[in-house]
Ligand binder design. Sequence first.
Ligand code: F6R
Length: 250
Amino acid sequence: MKIHVVANEQEMSIKTANIIADLVRKKPNAVLGLPTGSTPLGTYRELARMFREENLDFSQVHTINLDEYIGLSKYHPQSYRSFMRKQFFDHINIDGRNTHVPDGMAKDVEAECRRYDEMMFRYGHTDLQLIGIGPNGHIAFNEPADSFTPDTHVSILTESTINANQRFFQNPDDMPRTAISLGMRGIMSTRHLILIACGEGKAEAVANSCFGPVTPRVPGSLIQLHPYVTVIADEAAMTLCPNKLSELDD
Ligand code: F6R
């Protein structure tokens, strides 16, 4: 595990965007696993700038998103499909047919989960999987539980996640309580896993994920078993694990 401690969110975003851009330049048809949320916003902005100003070409790139709320159509302003369009896809030259987000309006959500896994299986793996982390240690919407869930599944969101994400909804009660989430196998089968985090609200989750026991109670802790992980976090998010850093910085 390589850990980069950066000064602030902007540095985190630029460093992350640079890694993604390097991959896309080397492998124009790279498959990127992508999150939503506030943490990747700056990364998407920086990648869009590179598209405009440095000819970074996304025309052959494929993307697979981590999750989607159940009950929100792709046109709903808070759906993750809308988020990706507004924050990233509308600003680059990606082919919409190469972008994948679970369908939160699927009549049969279990069938939608299987379809998503089969789609992933056809790709084989993602070249890079970017993830954020919830204050309770969730990655995608794999919430703390008694066991890890390998497959794409219906996740019942915890109070912690509802509290963290309600701010995006005009009426907080409109936030769905369930989501379709990639499982741990989908996340872990990537070539390169990048965890980004900023702010002290993530300090406990980052410390537990990077240094604590590997346990489904802290889903992010599973990343310790991945052979190629990069953590990019600001100082505030690293406050609970500063003096152990040298052990892991290979
Ligand atoms: C989003 C996702 C979530 C977020 C996490 C952090 O697609 O899968 O796991 O990465 O909730 O969210 P932010 O970045 O808003 O703090």
